[in-house]
Write a protein that binds this ligand. Structure first.
Ligand SMILES: Cc1cc2nc3c(=O)[nH]c(=O)nc-3n(C[C@H](O)[C@H](O)[C@H](O)COP(=O)(O)OP(=O)(O)OC[C@H]3O[C@@H](n4cnc5c(N)ncnc54)[C@H](O)[C@@H]3O)c2cc1C
Length: 344
C-alpha cells in the first residue's frame, strides 16, 4: 500500500502532530508499503521525516516559504493524478481539512474527515471511526470503489508508537507556480506568547460557567500559566464574554489532546467533552458531586473554584518552576490513564 502524508505549517516534524501521522502511515503500510511525506514549506527538517518512516519526501517550494491550502492543492493535484497512491493522510487541522476537502473535490476522491481511528482491510481499503451526535455514537465510515482515499485524523488520535526508519530519504522540490489571484493575504497577526496553541498544549486548564466572572477567569489563566499550559473555556463561558472564541473547546470549538486537562466549574456536557476525548488525565473541580464531569474525571475535587483555585495557585507558587509537573502533582495515585476515548 502506498500512503502520502501531507503536513501543513506547524505539523512538520519534530512537531508531535506530524510525527504521529507518519507513525500512523507506517502502521498502515506495513509490511511492504511505502510512505511519501509532503512538507508544505521550504524550511523543513527532512531528516526528521526520514527517520520516522518516510521513504520519499516532497517539499512544496512556495514563494512565501510555506504553502497555503490553495497553493498546496494547485501544486499537488497533477502529481497525485499521476502517481495514484491509495491514500493520503492529513491532520484534521484547519489547514489539513481545507486541503483534504479541496483535493477530494478536484480528484473525485473518497473523503473520510475527522476520524479518530483507522484500520485497513486486505485490499487496502480504509475504515475510519469518528464521533457523531455530540460523541454519543461512534460512526464507522469506509471508502467504497477504487478511488483515492483522503483521511483527516483528529490530533491525538493517531498511533502513538514512533515510526521506524525506512531507508534513505530523498527530498524533491515541487515548484508552486501560478498562485491563484483570487486569494489575497490580509496580513498576519502576532499571537501573544501566553496564547499557547490549545491543540499542541501539554496541559490545558479550562473554565466554565461555574467560574462565575471574568475576574474568576484570571485565576484559570494564572493556574494554566503556572503549569506551563494553555487556557481553555466552555461555550457558556465564551458566550458570557469571559474568554475569546479561539479558546472554546468542544464540538464547535477546538479539539485538544493534552496530557493533563483541568476542568474548573464545567458540568461536562457531551458537546464540550467531544473536544476533550484525547486528554490523558482529567482533573475536575465542581461544587456539584453529581456533575457529569466527575464521570470522566480521574481526579475529582468537590469544591468551589473560588476557594480551590487560589489554594492550588498558592501551593504551586511555593514550588520551583521545574517542580510544577501537572501530571505528577494533580494525578497522584491516578497515574497516567489512557485517553478518554480509549476508556469507553
Ligand atoms: C450544537 C451545540 C454545540 C455546542 N458546542 C459546544 C462546544 O463546542 N463547547 C462547549 O463547551 N459547549 C458547547 N455547547 C454547549 C453545551 O451543550 C453546554 O451547554 C456547555 O458546554 C456547558 O458549559 P458549562 O459547563 O460552562 O456550563 P454549565 O453546564 O452551566 O455548568 C457549570 C458547572 O459549574 C458548576 N459550578 C457552579 N458554581 C461553581 C463554583 N463556584 N465552583 C465550582 N463549580 C461550580 C456547576 O455545578 C456546573 O456543573 C454546544 C451546544 C450546542 C447545542
Amino acid at each position: 500500500m502506498s500512503v502520502w502524508v501531507i503536513l501543513g505549517p506547524g505539523e512538520m516534524p519534530p512537531a508531535s502532530g506530524g510525527l504521529a501521522l507518519l507513525a500512523e502511515a507506517r502502521r498502515l503500510t506495513e509490511p511492504a508499503g511505502e510512505v511519501t511525506v509532503v512538507l508544505a514549506g521550504t524550511a523543513v527538517p527532512v531528516e526528521a521525516s526520514a527517520a520516522h518512516g518516510a521513504a520519499r519526501i516532497l517539499v512544496l517550494d512556495a514563494a512565501d516559504g510555506w504553502a497555503g491550502p490553495i497553493v498546496a492543492v494547485e501544486a499537488l493535484t497533477d502529481r497525485l493524478r499521476q502517481e495514484c497512491p491509495e491514500a493520503c493522510l492529513l491532520s484534521a487541522s484547519r489547514w489539513g481539512s481545507e486541503v483534504a476537502g479541496r483535493l477530494a473535490a478536484r480528484l473525485g476522491a473518497a473523503l473520510l474527515p475527522g476520524c479518530v481511528g483507522l484500520t485497513r482491510d486486505g485490499a487496502g481499503r480504509l475504515e475510519g471511526t469518528r464521533p457523531v451526535y455530540g460523541s454519543r455514537l461512534v460512526a464507522r465510515v469506509a471508502a467504497t470503489g477504487e478511488s483515492l482515499q483522503i483521511v483527516t485524523l483528529r490530533p491525538g488520535s493517531e498511533s502513538s508508537s514512533p515510526g521506524t526508519g525506512h531507508g534513505p530519504a530523498t527530498a524533491e522540490r515541487i515548484p508552486c507556480t501560478g498562485r491563484p489571484d483570487w486569494i489575497r493575504d490580509l496580513g498576519e497577526e502576532q499571537v501573544p506568547p501566553e496564547a499557547l496553541d490549545l491543540g499542541e498544549a501539554d496541559v490545558v486548564v479550562a473554565g466554565g460557567l461555574g467560574v462565575g466572572s471574568r475576574q474568576g477567569f484570571a485565576l484559570v489563566e494564572e493556574l494554566a500559566g503556572l503549569l506551563g499550559g494553555a487556557m481553555g473555556a466552555t461555550r457558556m463561558a465564551v458566550d458570557a464574554g469571559w474568554a475569546p472564541f479561539a479558546r472554546q473547546i468542544g464540538l464547535t470549538g477546538r479539539i485538544i489532546s493534552p496530557r493533563v486537562y483541568v476542568a474548573c466549574g464545567i458540568s461536562g456536557s457531551p458537546h464540550h467533552m467531544d473536544g476533550v476525548r484525547q486528554a490523558q488525565l482529567v482533573v475536575a473541580i465542581n461544587t456539584d458531586r453529581h456533575a457529569p464531569i466527575f464521570t470522566y474525571a480521574d481526579v475529582g475535587i468537590q469544591g468551589d473554584v473560588r476557594e480551590v483555585l487560589p489554594a492550588l495557585i498558592a501551593a504551586l507558587r511555593r514550588l520551583r518552576p521545574e517542580a510544577r509537573d501537572a501530571a505528577a502533582l494533580l494525578g497522584g495515585a491516578a497515574g497516567m490513564p489512557r485517553p478518554l476515548d480509549a476508556r469507553r
